[in-house]
Write a protein that binds this ligand. Structure first.
Ligand SMILES: Nc1nc2c(ncn2[C@@H]2O[C@H](COP(=O)(O)OP(=O)(O)OP(=O)(O)O)[C@@H](O)[C@H]2O)c(=O)[nH]1
Ligand SMILES: [Mg+2]
Length: 298
């Protein structure tokens, strides 16, 4: 049987459901999800293994030039980097999308390399007014996608059709990874991100964007994993806000993150979480680099 293989970039504005979509395709919660914009901070590889194909998806940070902060600049650069060396682009929008100037800019960027593009219109379950074709129309006109898919990452509607067409679009080729591989994302980052997901779900305003999460130490044994995690905040005043009254909030963050890790990894997890202050880390390129938030130059 001839194999097909290739890479797909999942590109779009924040909160359209890119990470949810990758998780729905893979059938696992690899990439973190929250209602807040720019939850995803890295390009996360998720590998779909089928008998006759291997599709390597890259979930990306939301493309949105909201602020001139160093973190935002890094996120946009990271998303753009995902468009290199791939076979197919998913241009993901949701039911609230309308073609604004930023979308025009994104369309110019993705159409430039001349690669196949699927327009993926997500959150179909929210489309009670049956407007999804109307929402898609201006994008179809400008983007000239190879195909259009209306899906719901939440219910799974349309996902099998999307996956089938994606496999058909992949070129003939050998797998890039061992067939057991789900991701190349290191366990340290998965642990840190699972904690960060709780910060995004439970903290308000700018706070989640001022907290970098780093796994300092991890040990794996037949008994399970033990991980030491630090949450670095940018100001003294933010520390107490994460710890919460009587340490309640940090205890919940730790507890829920630990349970999510157990579910994802399928093994016992011991988790230690400390909150530390690293003054203005988000304004210091070298500290950001130490926290894994810099674009590697090839
Ligand atoms: N109703 C509904 N909600 C969805 C669907 N897909 C995603 N969501 C929700 O939309 C929000 C954003 O989802 P994410 O998957 O984190 O979005 P994203 O595009 O990865 O966002 P960033 O990483 O911030 O760029 C979350 O609250 C999800 O639960 C869907 O198909 N239907
Ligand atoms: Mg995401």
């Amino acid at each position: 049987m001839s194999m097909k293989s290739g890479f797909v970039s999942i590109f779009g504005k924040p909160s359209v459901g890119k990470s949810s979509l990758m998780n729905a395709i893979l059938g696992t919660r690899l990439s973190i999800v929250s209602p807040k914009q720019q939850t995803t901070w890295y390009n996360i590889l998720g590998v779909l293994n089928r008998k006759d194909a291997q599709v390597c998806f890259v979930d990306t940070p939301g493309y949105h030039k909201v602020s001139k902060s160093k973190l935002n600049k890094y996120l946009v650069e990271t998303a753009l980097q995902s468009l290199e060396d791939i076979e197919l682009i998913y241009f993901v929008i949701d039911q609230s999308a309308y073609l604004d100037a930023e979308y025009e800019e994104m369309i110019t960027i993705v159409t430039k390399p001349g690669k196949p593009i699927f327009l993926v219109v997500n959150k179909l379950d929210l489309d009670t007014a049956k407007r999804h074709d109307l929402v898609a129309a201006p994008f179809v006109e400008k983007l000239h996608p190879t195909a259009v898919f209306h899906v719901s990452a939440a219910t799974g509607a349309g996902i099998p059709q999307l996956v089938k067409a994606t496999i058909e679009t992949m070129p003939a080729g050998e797998p890039y990874f061992d067939e057991k591989t789900l991701t190349s994302h290191p366990i340290e980052l998965i642990v840190a991100d699972t904690v960060r997901e709780q910060l995004f779900s439970r903290l308000q305003d700018e706070l989640p964007y001022s907290a970098a999460v780093v796994t300092d130490d991890i040990t794996e044994s037949p008994k399970g994993i033990r991980a030491m995690v630090s949450i670095y905040v940018a100001k003294d005043s933010q520390k107490g806000m994460i710890i919460g009254k009587g340490g309640e909030l940090i205890a919940t963050i730790k507890d829920v993150a630990r349970k999510n890790l157990v579910r994802f990894l399928g093994e016992r997890v011991e988790l230690d979480v400390r909150v530390k202050v690293e003054k203005n880390w988000n304004r210091k390129p070298l500290t950001m680099k130490r926290f894994g938030l810099s674009v590697s130059k090839k």
